[in-house]
Design a protein around this ligand. Structure first.
Ligand SMILES: [Zn+2]
Length: 82
């Protein structure tokens, strides 16, 4: 199994290719990081949020990211184009 074009989750260590976006303030609350860093797969992010009593809602979109309703989002972008 190749991990090219994937990120490796820092929590479970599994490669993942899902591209998703998280609002900065949510990312900071869930990960405890204020620098916007860190790499989590969607499953681990969801799990970490639940452990803190938060429920995340996921929306799937095709192609481009839709414009966010507000500013301040963290793009988990790692499309396989290298
Ligand atoms: Zn993970």
């Amino acid at each position: 199994m190749t991990t090219q074009g994937c990120e490796v989750c820092q929590r479970c260590g599994q490669p993942y290719a899902t591209v998703y976006r998280v609002q900065n303030h949510l990312w900071e609350r869930i990960t405890g990081r204020s620098d916007g860093g860190g790499v989590l797969c969607p499953t681990c992010l969801d799990s970490a949020a639940r452990q803190q009593g938060m429920t995340l809602y996921w929306q799937a979109c095709e192609d481009e990211f839709p414009e966010p309703p507000g500013s301040g989002t963290k793009n988990q972008t790692h499309v396989a184009h290298d």
